[in-house]
Design a protein around this ligand. Structure first.
Ligand code: MG
Length: 241
């Protein structure tokens, strides 16, 4: 009796494993490539394989459209949008990226609707993820903070209070084109706002308002919008995908 119990107990897990393997097909445990080892950042610090576009020091990675020196200010480790200076554009151009950036709308809110804490981050200078003070500030849904402007409202309003630091973590994949330059699929955006999923692999139907370049099979810079409000930025980095 004891012998039989031992035999059954020992064999059961093996039989179960064999059955699972037979049902699922044998996974190939040999051929997959080892992931590149990186060092993740502590907190919101960039990981070791990131390209840092703004670390609080200067605007050396940015310019005005056309190449003149960027007109925004750097003070106390923060980049500040300056009314009338126009956007700042990254000197480097990108394809598919992961983007992290932090922003804060003015701590004393002025204006309402689209006039309160408006800026925006444009991927490839084509598609805007709206930045707006949408904390107790009504506007049209596909123009509020976290919207892909004019197209997709955010899935949630995850805004912090005016003046508080907020984050975007964005996974962007550009539109795809065939050899004749016909679009085969639209650009997609997944966006986390303060850690909350607000755009879930949303497909963009075309460029958004005030895009700097038409859709096409080319890379493009990151661009931050001057919409007349002193929005602050810090800790901007990307990883090419
Ligand atoms: Mg905007």
């Amino acid at each position: 009796m004891i012998k039989r119990y031992w035999f059954t107990t020992a064999l059961t897990p093996l039989l179960a494993a064999a059955t699972v393997a037979a049902l699922c097909g044998q996974p190939n445990l040999q051929d997959a490539q080892h992931p590149t080892v990186i060092t993740p950042g502590l907190g919101t610090a960039p990981p070791s394989d990131a390209t840092v576009l703004f670390d609080g020091t200067d605007l050396s990675n940015w310019s005005k459209p056309g190449g003149d020196a960027a007109g925004w200010k750097v003070q106390e480790g923060v980049m500040l949008a300056v009314r009338g200076q126009g956007p700042v554009v990254s000197k480097q151009e990108f394809g598919d990226i992961q983007l992290h950036l932090e922003f804060a709308t003015p701590s004393t809110p002025q204006g309402s609707g689209q006039g309160r804490g408006n800026s925006g981050v444009y991927l490839q200078a084509r598609y805007e993820v709206q930045i707006l003070d949408s904390f107790e500030n009504e506007t049209y849904p596909n123009g509020q903070c976290g919207a892909i402007y004019g197209q997709h409202p955010p899935l949630r309003n995850a805004c912090r209070k005016p003046g508080e630091w907020q984050s975007y973590d964005i996974v962007f994949r550009g539109a795809r084109f065939d050899e004749s330059a016909n679009k085969t699929s639209g650009a997609t955006l997944t966006v986390f706002h303060n850690g909350v999923l607000i755009q879930d692999h949303a497909t963009v139907s075309g460029t958004t308002t005030a895009a700097m370049q038409a859709e096409g099979p080319t890379r493009g810079p990151l661009y931050l919008q001057d919409h007349g409000n002193p929005v602050r930025y810090r800790n901007i980095w990307i990883r090419e995908l």
